[in-house]
Design a protein around this ligand. Structure first.
Ligand SMILES: Cc1cc2nc3c(=O)[nH]c(=O)nc-3n(C[C@H](O)[C@H](O)[C@H](O)COP(=O)(O)OP(=O)(O)OC[C@H]3O[C@@H](n4cnc5c(N)ncnc54)[C@H](O)[C@@H]3O)c2cc1C
Length: 454
């Protein structure tokens, strides 16, 4: 096998007989057991260029491993080149410009830890182990979305290696077509070796919302939430999750196996009696809480609070839909499906408002700027009857799709499906396909929600 030996100087080439091979090809979702022909463990931009050149020389496809968290396991491929960025995770803060320079394989925790040293943050997601690469290029929903928009809205520039192995600096002035496409178009256009993100003053302490309700109050909670969101402040974020609690030691016995609704979120503004009465209390009292741990905590702590809920190494199926409205019929169908489910599921419903919806659908490739709710469903695939989970997930999707916002899904939380992708990119798809045709005509970056080159 021939390859550019210069990569050995910093990164590693990992072939199937290498000790690290099995570990390196693992992704967050244990459902996928794919075997790349070669893994390039990159430590520099030169390593990434070598990996792409090698793929071109050998006529192989490329998968890009950022944090390895995509539901569809797209970080790893069978028989191709896997570009592993997990060692490219450096973060540098330019305090004067309020910019963070973040390497393409960083995790969200790498960013928060560095930026919070200066009381700054960029909007990311809610689980600290997630990779910034996939999250930012596919959108990026976190607790700062109402005030500062999606993660992709905060990208100021990127450095990326194209399908031809060329290293480009991409921003509003240079390769502006590519700059538009990467903000929502995922990993279709090349390997992002580093991002520049806009930073904002956040924390270091914030008010973390943390309430648990009985699932029996689901209808009241959703109806009150709909009312609340009509006038919600940009500074607040609200994420609901419906789940059955495990019989874990850290939970009081009365909660074992109980189905509950959790509310997590954050309030970013200054606290006052008025804020507590008009913004916080109505949320805590969506119904009578079983538990209320709402309180001040460091932003970095809030950002990793949910990590234990979603460990690596479990097999998951999932689905996602945006909604403009939560109609009574849609809520009935959702709760009926939850009641009938025989698999362990986490059903999340995130309220969307504020800055993230003020960007025009055509300003970036991320087209969904007019939805008010995002439904994200994850189900654990049971070893003994894997079909149970997939059948339940498919049936839920089919029932809810007619009530959704034109069938659009959050692609970062959806299985690969061409129809769903078309419904989500809407009329941005044609432009994305043109740009794909210009920068990756042979479609070597095809392990993703794949945009076909025009
Ligand atoms: C536990 C968990 C929690 C999550 N929480 C949130 C959340 O709060 N908010 C949210 O918005 N999303 C969330 N997600 C979804 C998340 O945005 C996606 O899983 C995303 O793909 C993760 O990025 P990654 O780099 O870890 O993934 P990977 O699987 O490594 O990458 C996914 C795809 O992104 C592309 N890619 C990754 N890095 C690069 C790069 N540097 N250059 C070019 N292309 C790249 C590639 O096409 C790759 O196939 C969560 C997912 C999980 C599993």
């Amino acid at each position: 096998m021939e390859y550019d030996v210069s990569i050995e100087k910093s990164g590693k080439i990992i072939l199937p007989n290498h000790d690290l091979y099995d570990d390196k090809r693992k992704v967050w979702n244990n459902r996928f057991d794919r075997r790349p022909a070669v893994i390039f463990e990159c430590k520099s931009e030169a390593d990434v260029v070598s990996a792409v050149n090698y793929a071109n020389d050998q006529d192989l496809e490329v998968s890009i491993h950022g944090g390895g968290h995509h539901l569809a396991g797209t970080a790893v491929c069978d028989g191709g080149v896997m570009v592993d960025l997990s060692n490219m995770n450096k973060v540098t803060v330019d305090k004067e410009r309020q910019i963070a320079v973040v390497e393409g394989g960083a995790k969200l925790s790498d960013i928060d830890h560095e930026t919070q040293k200066y009381g700054l943050a960029t909007p990311t997601g809610t689980v600290s182990e997630t990779g910034i690469g996939g999250l930012a290029l596919g959108g990026g929903f976190g607790y700062l979305r109402g005030k500062y928009g999606l993660t992709c809205d905060n990208i100021k520039s990127v450095r990326m290696v194209t399908a031809e192995g060329e290293l480009l600096h991409v921003n509003e002035e240079n390769h502006s077509d590519l700059f538009w496409a990467i903000r929502g178009g995922g990993g279709n256009f090349g390997v992002v070796t580093s991002f520049e993100f806009q930073l904002h003053p956040v924390g270091p302490n914030v008010l973390a919302l943390d309430v648990m309700y009985d699932y029996k109050d689901v209808h009241q909670i959703l109806n009150r939430l709909k009312e609340y969101m009509i006038t919600a402040s940009d500074e607040v974020s609200v994420n609901l999750a419906i789940m059955q609690l495990p019989p874990a030691d850290f939970l009081p016995e009365f909660l074992h196996h109980k189905r509950v609704i959790t509310l997590s979120g954050m309030y970013l503004g200054q606290l006052s009696r008025e804020v507590e009465e008009t913004i916080i209390e109505p949320l805590v009292k969506l119904a009578e809480p079983i538990m209320d741990n709402t309180g001040i905590m460091p932003y970095v702590q809030l950002q990793s609070k949910l990590d234990p809920m979603v460990p690596r190494g479990v097999s998951f199926d999932g689905t996602s839909l945006f909604f403009k409205e939560l109609t009574d019929e849609a809520i009935q169908l959702l709760t009926k499906a939850i009641d009938e489910s025989e698999v362990s599921t986490i059903v999340q419903l995130w309220a969307l408002h504020g800055q993230m919806n003020r960007t025009s659908p055509h300003d970036t490739a991320f087209a969904i700027r007019d939805a008010n709710y995002l439904l994200l469903v994850d189900g654990e695939i049971p070893d003994e009857s894997p079909a149970k989970c997939t059948e339940w997930m498919d049936s839920l999707y089919k029932k809810l799709e007619p009530y959704s916002h034109k069938g659009a899904s959050y692609l970062n939380g959806a299985n690969l499906d061409h129809e769903i992708m078309l419904k989500t990119y809407r009329d941005n798809y044609r432009r994305l396909a043109d740009i794909k045709g210009k920068y990756d005509p042979k479609n070597i970056f095809c392990h993703n929600h794949n945009i076909e080159p025009a």
